[in-house]
Design a binder for this molecule. Structure first.
Ligand code: CA
Length: 226
């Protein structure tokens, strides 16, 4: 029985892992558009690679921007979580909220976050923001199990919870970079998105299978002793 449970667990774990699709992108191997991202801009901002960092600088000209977009199916399934993680330092942003990320789910629900030197704002939720220490890199992570509500983490700590906005723009897609006509300088260190198993998925499977197995053993024991 124990061997069968282990076998079923491994099979289910393999099934979950097969759906998991985290997509890392760093700049050690070249520009994002060389790694499958689609580049976009209105007036192109200055961009350069330096020491594994991607710098995007739109300070020289108002209206300049530069972003990258990747279409992908983003709706998590049962016991799965959508995650978008990025590491960034914002040196300047005038006015605020120029660098950022946009997530559009399969069914037009969207969430967007923009940053300045010391805070991150949810664009579709006026007045919702969280602060962080300026003048250093920070790790951000957005996670959602249903693409309706999200958790935002800064450096591993829960910093904000909110809801997706029903947008007119079609999804699915993830976009990031210098998103607007403001003027900013930011260094992007890495970015990752994808569908991953929920942290409790395997634990729940193990618990359910073990719980399902226990009564049968008890019934068998009672029959043997009756
Ligand atoms: Ca800009």
């Amino acid at each position: 029985m124990k061997r069968r449970v282990v076998g079923i667990l491994l099979l289910l774990a393999g099934t979950i892992a097969a759906r998991a699709s985290p997509f890392w992108v760093t700049w050690e191997e070249g520009w994002p558009d060389q790694q499958g991202w689609i580049e976009g801009w209105s007036i192109p901002a200055q961009k350069w690679l330096e020491d594994g960092l991607l710098f995007i600088d739109s300070r020289a000209q108002g209206g300049a921007d530069g972003y990258y977009q990747s279409p992908a199916s983003l709706m998590p399934g049962f016991q799965e979580t959508f995650t978008l993680q990025w590491r960034i330092r914002v040196y300047e942003s005038t006015p605020t909220s120029d660098p950022g990320v946009i997530v559009r789910a399969d069914d037009h629900y969207s969430v967007a976050f923009t940053l300045d030197t010391h805070s991150v704002h949810s664009n579709y939720e006026p007045g919702k923001w969280a602060s962080f220490a300026p003048d250093e890199f920070h790790d951000f992570a957005v996670q959602s199990t249903d693409m309706r509500v999200y958790d935002l983490y800064i450096d591993g700590a829960l910093a904000m919870q909110g809801t997706f906005f029903e947008s007119l723009f079609p999804g699915p897609s993830v976009a990031w970079g210098d998103l607007s006509s403001g003027m900013s300088l930011a260094a992007w260190d890495s970015l990752q998105y994808g569908i991953i198993p929920a942290p409790s998925a395997l634990f729940c499977l193990l618990f359910a299978l073990c719980s399902a197995g226990s009564p049968k053993r008890s019934v068998t024991a009672r029959l043997l002793h009756s």
